[in-house]
Design a protein around this ligand. Structure first.
Ligand SMILES: NC(=O)c1ccc[n+]([C@@H]2O[C@H](COP(=O)([O-])OP(=O)(O)OC[C@H]3O[C@@H](n4cnc5c(N)ncnc54)[C@H](OP(=O)(O)O)[C@@H]3O)[C@@H](O)[C@H]2O)c1
Length: 336
């Protein structure tokens, strides 16, 4: 399908809430084809003719059927499920941002809930058990050390909020520039070669790095051994940044006090599928708060991301440079 001025731009997207919200924001010159899944038979009919695919995942098989694509647009920041080697020659890959407030609010919600044992308090009072009033006092954030791994948009926002809570902040970053640390109000900043020092000192470790070759299994058996037994881990990054078996062991054997985990090891391929998030029974542990990769899914993030997607579809039609290009030649006017 041509997207010359005056004709429609054809866009394929998986059915669901994002498709519904996006449809309400699009002009008549964009034709949105919502398919049950991007692996479904139906996609084979529309994909060869599509100008854009909105998806967080693309495989060689899907791409081989989509040679006319000019834009592959994700609905989140992560592009780890896009097989870059299979991206059609004329297409660029763009991601979206705007999640840093939502994810950081989530991280602090989980930190507070872990330190106060909110799930346990709630469960016990529901059965008439008031014993927490005579148990050891719960913990505060104030005075504790947040160990930040990654100083991107989430890491920077987390440093700002940690300060407001009266915490100390240590960070591990690829760019341990003291000037940058001072600007962000970070007490200690170091390179990844100091990861083990940070793990020894932190009361709460927050993972905020992308999934990549360098970050895969960054936290494993050895790293859990170094963490304090009364410390907590919060993972809002990607499941594979933490070794799955080592995490289960660290929690079930109380090597660390607890964890808040939003990102996992097994995902459903359709919205209605029931899939446990790991091959290990995390759901049987009472020292983990589990959520279904939802940290960024708020009104603020969604509005910001939909605006960026609508803008890229408009640029697809006009030929202007795309926003947030992460792969491909049609470089963006802006990368924020
Ligand atoms: N759970 C959710 O709903 C949700 C939502 C949004 C994002 N996320 C995850 O959170 C991650 C971080 O988000 P963000 O907005 O902070 O991303 P970002 O702004 O792109 O920052 C990521 C930071 O990670 C650090 N980093 C360390 N090793 C890296 C490597 N090998 N390659 C690239 N960066 C590396 C970099 O910090 P330095 O330059 O300081 O080293 C970089 O700035 C995302 O990539 C995504 O996986 C999850």
């Amino acid at each position: 399908m041509s997207s010359d001025s005056g004709s429609k731009v054809h866009v394929v997207i998986q059915q669901g809430m994002v498709a519904d919200l996006l449809r309400s924001k699009l002009d008549d010159d964009v034709e949105l084809h919502a398919v049950p899944t991007i692996d479904s038979g139906e996609v084979e009919e529309v994909l060869p003719e599509a100008d854009a695919l909105i998806s967080n995942r693309i495989t060689a098989e899907i791409a081989s059927n989509a040679l006319g694509l000019r834009l592959i647009q994700t609905t989140g920041i992560g592009t780890d499920a896009i097989e870059l080697t299979s991206v059609p020659a004329g297409a660029v890959v763009c991601n979206v941002r705007g999640h840093e407030n939502a994810v950081t609010e989530y991280a602090f919600m989980v930190m507070l809930a872990l330190l106060r044992d909110l799930p346990g308090l709630e469960r016990r009072i529901r059965s008439g058990d008031w014993s927490d009033r005579n148990a050891a006092p719960k913990l505060e954030l104030r005075g504790r050390t947040l160990g930040l791994i990654g100083l991107g948009s989430i890491g920077r926002e987390a440093a700002r909020l940690a300060h407001a809570f009266g915490m100390s902040v240590s960070a591990i970053t690829r760019h341990p520039d003291p000037e940058r640390a001072r600007e962000l109000g970070i007490d200690q900043v170091a390179g990844f070669d100091h990861l083990h020092d940070l793990l020894r000192e932190a009361d709460i470790v927050l993972l905020a790095v992308p999934s990549s070759e360098e970050t895969r299994n960054l936290i494993g058996e050895r790293e859990f051994e170094l963490m304090k037994p009364d410390s907590f881990l919060v993972n809002v990054a990607r499941g594979n940044v933490v070794d799955e078996a080592a995490l289960y062991r660290a929690l079930s054997e109380k090597q660390i006090a607890g964890a808040g985990i939003d990102v996992w090891y097994q995902y459903p391929t359709s919205a209605s599928a029931q899939v446990l998030p790991s091959r290990h029974p995390f759901h049987e542990l009472d020292n983990v708060i589990m959520t279904p990769h939802i940290a960024g899914w708020t009104d603020g993030t969604t509005n910001a991301r939909l605006d960026q997607i609508v803008e890229n579809l408009r640029r697809l039609k006009t030929g202007e440079a795309f926003l947030n290009v992460v792969f491909g030649n049609r470089s963006g006017a802006s990368s924020d």
